[in-house]
Design a protein around this ligand. Structure first.
Ligand SMILES: [Zn+2]
Length: 226
């Protein structure tokens, strides 16, 4: 997608969200009066993920380092659902501030930000890909480049309904890397909304590494305990 088109879509989103969901000094979660995105009661219910964790790529010794902001529960889950299914973009501003803080606290170094693509069907239904919105806003906040590096085929079953093992097989061959960018020897920060079994980021990382990138680092907003 052209840079201008991406920016145009972004501006439309921001304009729309300002009209529909003005941030007017209320907690995004419970709507009580608050000078911050979340009131103290709602923010105290967030359980942060304090240390990085790893996924192993099969048939190789490569470990992929993963970071998440918080566990997928309480206020954090409620906000993510508001953002994802109700299009509340004020929540995305809060999430981006949290992701930025996580990057700075852990001193995560990278060259390019990218994101896990959604299927066209989901984007048509929902109107946007939440991971793309987060990646674009995060890149803007950090003054970094955000590139759409991956493509996703239709055809996989919905991951939610599958077991841990089936999730990994279900996504085999679904992701591929676009040829539009030179990513050789680059460090890629890959954004997704929720880390569940890691099957999605596993397949995306495998594809990126096959194109000789130097490293893939995963940053998800939430980590599920599933
Ligand atoms: Zn609250």
């Amino acid at each position: 997608m052209g840079k201008r088109l991406v920016q145009l879509i972004k501006l439309c989103f921001e304009g729309f969200s300002d009209i529909v969901f003005p941030f007017c000094g209320r907690c995004l979660c419970c709507e009580s009066i608050s000078i911050n995105y979340l009131c103290s009661k709602c923010s105290s219910k967030i359980s942060y993920v304090k240390t990085p964790y790893y996924i192993n790529l099969c048939e190789s010794s490569i470990k992929i380092k993963c970071y998440s902001v918080a566990y997928y529960s309480h206020s954090f889950k409620k906000l993510l659902l508001k953002f994802k299914y109700k299009g509340n973009f004020n929540c995305s501003d809060y999430f981006v501030s949290q992701m930025k803080e996580c990057i700075e606290r852990n001193n995560i170094q990278f060259d390019i930000i990218s994101y896990v693509p959604s299927t066209k069907k989901i984007v048509r239904k929902r109107g946007f890909n939440q991971s793309e919105v987060l990646a674009l806003k995060l890149a803007e906040a950090l003054n970094k480049k955000c590139c759409s590096l991956l493509m996703r085929k239709e055809g996989a079953m919905e991951q939610k309904k599958l077991s841990r093992e089936d999730r990994l097989n279900n996504l085999k061959g679904i992701f591929s890397v676009k040829d539009a960018f030179n990513i050789k020897n680059k460090k890629i920060l890959l954004i997704d909304d929720v880390f569940t079994t890691g099957a999605t980021v596993y397949h995306c990382s495998e594809q990126l590494l096959s194109k000789d990138v130097f490293e893939v680092i995963i940053l998800t907003l939430a980590k599920s305990n599933v």
